[in-house]
Design a binder for this molecule. Structure first.
Ligand code: NAD
Ligand code: DAU
Length: 350
């Protein structure tokens, strides 16, 4: 009978992880701990919110006292920590928010876990969910392995790198049982439309310009979010103590090529003439410090835990587009109000 706290469970990836654990492990109690920032949305979890093994608590991981109280009341055996400020562009305008949540918030959780577990770490685990961006940028060739030197370039990736270092430091100093996963770009249902794929889908639906940064030749490795949730499940249960695992899609795309694929798929879906949506592509000013290329070598998780992506990019994009077309109410909710202000400040577009 395990009790698990999942932080950031109302966000994009967190909601898929919560769903996976609630459904896969009816004998566990899952506590979703989330501050419900602009990126957190309980609508993402409608299908599991009445499950008997699911609980939600609104809490900010930067609030040390509240976090300690929750940990000593609930007494978790495991933590899966996803809560974070996650958008690179926002980190460029508000770096301190990223330090607060991603660094201070993570240290609060580490302390809370250490305090309730004391020295009795049997059956306990702190799983820190991190990103491939901590490794910096690749040139045209090569892959990030688990041994690649950390070299973050954005305030977001610097804050995630710092949080990874704190997690390792707690393992080395206090023997806290930890695992870290570093994943590439996720996509799929419930992705907030400030990120490339959902932003493009949203703008295509509404005939708005499709803002491509710089020359569009930046490359990302895309993974369907449900496959990430499965990988987290495997590493949480079977990963080796104090180790890190890279997770990736073996699926590299230049942004501009990916946007063209989305335009073509959406033209078919919306029954628009071929080539219509691509006319919306607009090259805009580049992201400062923009990392050229990310690519993950996921050999370790494949060899040790037998994980590999189960969804092809074709299938994943089709499922994603279908989800956005069927959930336009969700899209309308999250793009009203504060989103409009963010969009106007971020993009000089009509
Ligand atoms: P997201 O922005 O969609 O969701 C973040 C969630 O954290 C939201 O529900 C938000 O309300 C919550 N949160 C934010 N600040 C909080 C605070 N102070 N206290 C409590 N909750 C707070 O993020 P995501 O894309 O789902 O990413 C989840 C995690 O996975 C992050 O740690 C991110 O660094 C990591 N990651 C993301 C990707 C990706 O492609 N999105 C890839 C690799 C790793
Ligand atoms: O690699 C993992 C990371 O992937 C995660 O750690 C982050 O939380 C997640 O946000 C994501 O970071 P990116 O910066 O790679 O994702 P984003 O969707 O913001 O951008 C993907 C690429 O598309 C990047 O090269 C920038 C570009 N882009 C993005 C936006 C929002 C554009 O060209 N135009 C845009 O409007």
């Amino acid at each position: 009978m395990k009790k698990i706290i999942i932080t950031g469970g109302a966000g994009f990836i967190g909601s898929h992880v919560v769903r996976r654990f609630v459904k896969q492990y009816p004998e566990y109690t899952i506590l979703n701990l989330d501050a419900l920032t602009y990126a957190g949305n309980l609508e993402n979890l409608k299908d599991v919110e009445t499950s008997p093994n699911y609980q939600f608590i609104k809490a900010d991981i930067t609030d040390e006292q509240h976090i300690n109280r929750i940990f000593s009341d609930f007494r978790p055996d495991g933590i899966i920590h996803l809560a974070a400020e996650s958008h690179v562009d926002r980190s460029i305008t508000s770096p301190l928010d990223f330090v607060k949540t991603n660094v201070v918030g993570t240290v609060n959780l580490l302390n809370a876990a250490k305090n309730i577990w004391k020295e009795d770490f049997k059956g306990k685990r702190f799983h820190h969910v991190s990103t491939d961006e901590v490794y910096g940028a690749l040139g045209k060739t090569g892959f990030f392995t688990e041994d690649t030197r950390y070299d973050p370039h954005s305030p977001y990736s610097a804050s995630k790198a710092s949080s990874d270092h704190f997690v390792r430091a707690y393992a080395d100093t206090y023997d806290l049982p930890i695992v870290i996963t570093n994943c590439s770009n996720n996509y799929g249902p419930n992705h907030f439309p400030e990120k490339l794929i959902p932003l493009m889908i949203h703008n295509i639906i509404h005939h708005k310009p499709l803002p491509v940064y710089g020359d569009g030749n930046y490359t990302r490795d895309w993974l369907y979010v449900v496959d990430h949730a499965v990988a987290i499940d495997l590493v949480f249960h079977h990963g080796k103590n104090k180790e890190n695992y890279n997770i990736g899609g073996f699926n590299e795309w230049k942004n501009i090529d990916l946007v063209h694929v989305l335009c073509n798929l959406m033209d078919k879906k919306l029954e628009r003439p071929e080539g219509e949506s691509a006319k919306l592509i607009t090259f805009v000013k580049d992201r400062p410090g923009h990392d050229l290329r990310y690519a993950i070598d996921a050999t370790k998780i494949n060899k040790e835990l037998g994980w590999k992506p189960s969804v092809t990019f074709e299938e994943g994009l089709a499922k994603t587009i279908d989800w956005y077309m069927e959930n336009q109410e969700w899209l309308n909710h999250v793009t009203s109000g504060a989103y409009q202000k963010y969009y106007e400040e971020q993009y000089d577009l009509k």
